[in-house]
Design a protein around this ligand. Structure first.
Ligand SMILES: [Zn+2]
Length: 319
């Protein structure tokens, strides 16, 4: 979300067999639940590092952590540095990028999430959650042959006005834009009462529709914005996160998030019935989320990791 706006047995019992995801190659290591690695990343980003304010030392530390995790995989790793000026002050940030290259094609899918946070809270929901899910997904797909490149992009300075994603999108060539099958953004996956996927209007919503189909097959209660509020028609959402600059370039987007569209101004901003919005408050930390919403954190990480991994695989069937 940008501007404007440790238990196993008990939890495991509610998961179906399809919740399992084989991580890594054919080793004898025990199967882990999808989302377990994502959870470890969230712990590191929020408890070891803490708030990751754009342009701060902590934002750099978080980026180094992500780059280091990407280096462990079979990816080409890059750092895309940029400066931005806000309220008369110029700051430096960077995007962390891991490229899963298929040498036979220039077609690509961009999967993105911001790794910076505001200073209130530790940014567990917004947005360590998405960083964790993407890192786990990248690992799960590391050895898979897919008929497109996947670019995992971790954006800096989202909370300062989508700086990282704007910089990235504005530096794409026309050819790259033409070759981009879609951009999938993840933002704030833990706190919200319900899990959602959004997309563009009309035919531009095909990645959203595919995600909904996958969720249905896996009995995951993923839904889309019901469109109660006429400002945000059914299936779509607002331009407040890192999907917006890509949508602006005419790229098909999908966007995964947890919130509750039935509450407050019905604009997706009031995430929970119990505590209202969690993002950008001191409550955005694992301790609070796990105490107030038992089981939700790990369940959402499991669900989103499953959906994203399958989505990145199944997009090939739609081409
Ligand atoms: Zn966010």
């Amino acid at each position: 979300m940008g501007m404007n706006k440790v238990k196993t047995a008990v939890v495991a019992g509610v998961f179906t067999a399809s919740a399992f995801l084989t991580v890594g190659s054919a080793s004898a290591a025990p199967k882990k639940f999808a989302g377990d690695l994502a959870y470890d990343h969230v712990v590191h980003l929020t408890e070891e590092i803490g708030p990751r304010v754009a342009g701060s030392k902590n934002e750099t530390i978080a980026r180094q952590y992500i780059l280091n995790e990407l280096e462990k995989l079979d990816l080409e790793v890059k750092e895309q540095k940029f400066n931005y000026t806000r309220r008369g002050v110029t700051s430096s940030s960077a995007n962390a990028i891991g490229v899963k290259d298929n040498p036979k094609t220039n077609k690509q899918i961009i999967v993105g999430a911001h790794y910076d946070s505001v200073s209130a809270g530790k940014g567990a929901d917004d947005n360590a959650s998405s960083v964790g899910v993407i890192l786990e997904t990248a690992k799960a797909l590391d050895k898979r042959n897919l008929p497109y490149d996947i670019k995992y992009v971790f954006f800096g300075a989202e909370e300062e006005g989508l700086q990282g994603s704007n910089y990235y999108a504005n530096n794409m060539t026309d050819e790259e834009i033409e070759n981009t099958i879609g951009m999938i953004n993840l933002d704030s996956l833990l706190a919200g009462d319900n899990i959602y996927v959004y997309g563009g209007a009309g035919e531009d919503g095909w990645i959203r529709d595919l995600a909904l189909k996958i969720a249905d097959q896996r009995k995951i209660p993923l839904q889309t914005n019901p469109g109660i509020n006429p400002k945000y028609p059914k299936g779509t959402t607002g331009d407040w996160s890192d999907h917006a600059p890509f949508k602006g370039k005419g790229i098909t987007i999908a966007y995964l998030e947890a919130t509750n569209w039935e509450l407050g101004d019905q604009d997706g901003y009031t995430q929970t019935e119990k505590h209202g919005g969690i993002w950008h408050t001191k409550n955005d930390n694992l301790e609070f989320l796990e105490k107030e919403f038992p089981g939700r954190t790990k369940e959402h990480l499991n669900q989103f990791t499953n959906i994203l991994t399958q989505l990145l695989t199944d997009i090939k069937k739609e081409l």
